[in-house]
Design a protein around this ligand. Structure first.
Ligand code: S3P
Length: 437
C-alpha cells in the first residue's frame, strides 16, 4: 500500500478500528551501536544477533569499516573481526555518522585515545547538536579536538594519543557523554570516572563487563582503569523499548485494542515508559521475564483503557527521554492534565523535540503548551487529521503515525523515511496490527 507513497515522501495513515495481534520488537539501537563498537575494539571475532539494521547503526558499522575493521552484516546478523583497540587504523576519509548522535559522541571517546587524525561529520541535524559536552572532558584528558565554535559543532577533528584519566562531574544525565568518557578512559593512564546528576542508561557498563572489562559502579559514579583490553564475545541484542513505546501507546489509545510486543528490553534505566503507563492507569501485563547478556527482557501486552494525567519529572526523565514525543500523544488521551518538566535535553535531540511535539500535536487539535523544560498537556477529546512532516526526526515521524490511527480524518506524514533511522519495519508492523473495519 504505502511503500510507493513512502518513496514519494508521503505516508497516509487512516484511523484504525482497533489494533490486534503480536509483533517482535526489533533490536535495541543503543545496544546495537555498542555491540559493533566494542566488537571492533576487542581482540577476536564477535557475533551479534538481532542487530538493528537501522540507518544509525549502519553508520556505526561504516565508521569502523573506514578504520580497517572487517565487519560482515546480513540483516540482523553481524560478525565483527576485531583486531584490538590498537588495530584501528587512521581513516583516510571523513567518518560520516549520518543522523546518529550516539555514533558521533561515542566515537569521539574512542578516537580521543587513538594516535591519529580523524574527522567526524553528519547530516544537518548532527551539525546543530552540541558536541562540546563531550569535547570539554576529552580536552581535559589531553586529546586535541576542534570544531566549529570552539569544538562545539560538527565537523569535529580529533587528534588523539596519550591521554590521562580524569574525574568528571557531568552537568547532564547523558549516556552518550558518560560512554564517551569511559571509552577514552580505557585508553588513558590511571583511573577515569564519571558522576552523573541522575542515572542514564547503563548499556555501556553492562556490555563492557561482557567484553571482560572491570567497571566499578558506585551510586551515580562509574569508573574504569586505563589499559584494559576488550575480549571478543557474542551479543544477543534485546528488542528496543524505545521502539516498543510507539505500539505501547497505540495499544493504550486506539479503541478496543489488545497487542503483545515480544522480546522487549526492560532495563530499569530505560523502562520509564512502563512506569508512566502504569501510573496513568494503562492495562499493561509484563510476562516471560528473562535476562539476556545482563539486560532484562520481557513480553508486554497492552489493552486499551481509561487514562489519567500525571506529572513526569526528575530521575524519571533520563529513563524515558526518547519516549517523550509519544508520551505527549498518550497524554492527550489522559483525563486532566499531564506535566512534563526537567526535560530541557529534548531541545538538543534530532530536532528541538519540545517545539516539534507542541507544534505537531497542536496542529492536530491538541491543547499543549511548551515550557522551558517540558510541556503541559491537557486532555483532548478529538484529534483531527492534517499533513505534517517528521521534520527528519524518526521519533516525531512514528509519534505522528500513531496519532494518525486515532485522528478523525486521515493524517498525511511527509518525510516518513526518517523512521528507518531506528525502526525500518515500522509501517509493516503497524499494518500487521491494524484492524481497519
Ligand atoms: C543514547 C543516549 C541518549 C538517547 C539516545 C541514545 C545512547 O542520549 O537519547 O537516543 O545510546 O547512549 P543522551 O546521552 O544525549 O541523553
Amino acid at each position: 500500500m504505502t511503500s510507493k507513497e513512502r518513496q514519494n515522501n508521503m505516508e497516509t495513515i487512516m484511523r484504525a478500528k482497533s489494533l490486534q495481534g503480536s509483533i517482535t520488537i526489533p533490536g535495541d539501537k543503543s545496544i546495537s551501536h555498542r555491540a559493533v563498537m566494542f566488537g571492533a575494539m576487542a581482540n577476536g571475532t564477535s557475533k551479534i544477533s538481532n542487530f538493528l539494521p537501522g540507518d544509525d547503526c549502519l553508520s556505526t558499522i561504516s565508521c569502523f569499516t573506514k578504520m580497517g575493521v572487517q565487519i560482515e552484516q546480513v540483516g540482523t546478523s553481524v560478525i565483527v573481526h576485531g583486531r584490538g583497540i590498537d588495530g584501528l587504523q587512521e581513516p583516510s576519509e571523513l567518518l560520516d555518522v549520518g543522523n546518529s548522535g550516539t555514533t558521533f559522541r561515542l566515537m569521539m571517546g574512542v578516537l580521543a585515545g587513538r594516535p591519529f587524525h580523524s574527522v567526524l561529520a553528519g547530516d544537518n541535524s548532527i551539525a546543530k547538536r552540541p558536541m562540546n559536552r563531550v569535547s570539554i572532558p576529552l580536552l581535559e584528558m589531553g586529546a586535541k579536538i576542534d570544531g566549529r565554535e570552539n569544538g562545539t559543532y560538527a565537523p569535529i577533528t580529533i587528534r588523539g594519543g596519550q591521554i590521562k584519566g580524569i574525574h568528571y562531574s557531568s552537568p547532564v544525565a547523558s549516556a552518550q557523554v558518560k560512554s564517551a568518557i569511559l571509552l577514552a578512559g580505557l585508553q588513558a593512564s590511571g583511573t577515569t570516572s564519571v558522576t552523573e546528576t541522575h542515572r542514564s542508561r547503563n548499556h555501556t557498563e553492562n556490555m563492557l563487563e561482557s567484553f571482560g572489562v572491570n567497571v566499578v559502579r558506585d551510586g551515580l559514579t562509574v569508573s574504569v582503569e586505563g589499559g584494559q583490553r576488550l575480549l571478543a564475545t557474542d551479543v544477543e541484542v534485546p528488542g528496543d523499548i524505545s521502539s516498543a513505546a510507539f505500539f505501547l501507546v497505540a495499544g493504550a489509545i486506539v479503541p478496543e485494542s489488545t497487542i503483545t510486543l515480544l522480546n522487549v528490553g526492560i532495563n530499569h534505566t530505560r523502562s520509564g515508559i512502563i512506569d508512566v503507563l502504569e501510573q496513568m492507569g494503562a492495562d499493561l501485563t509484563i510476562k516471560n521475564r528473562r535476562v539476556i547478556n545482563q539486560e532484562k527482557v520481557a513480553d508486554l501486552t497492552i489493552k486499551t483503557s481509561d487514562l489519567s494525567g500525571i506529572t513526569i519529572e526528575g530521575e524519571m526523565i533520563p529513563r524515558l527521554i526518547d519516549e517523550i514525543p509519544v508520551i505527549a500523544l498518550l497524554a492527550t488521551k489522559a483525563k486532566g492534565k499531564t506535566v512534563i518538566r526537567n526535560a530541557e535535553e529534548l531541545k538538543v535531540k534530532e530536532t528541538n523535540r519540545i517545539d516539534a511535539v507542541v507544534h505537531a500535536l497542536n496542529q492536530l487539535g491538541a491543547n499543549i503548551v511548551g515550557t522551558e523544560d517540558g510541556m503541559v498537556i491537557e486532555e483532548t477529546e478529538r484529534l483531527t487529521g492534517s499533513t505534517l512532516s517528521s521534520l527528519g526526526d524518526h521519533r516525531i515521524g512514528m509519534m505522528l503515525a500513531v496519532a494518525g490511527c486515532i485522528t478523525e480524518s486521515e493524517l498525511k506524514l511527509e518525510n516518513p523515511e526518517a523512521i528507518k533511522v531506528s525502526y525500518p519495519g515500522f509501517f509493516e508492523h503497524m499494518k500487521q496490527l491494524r484492524v481497519n473495519s
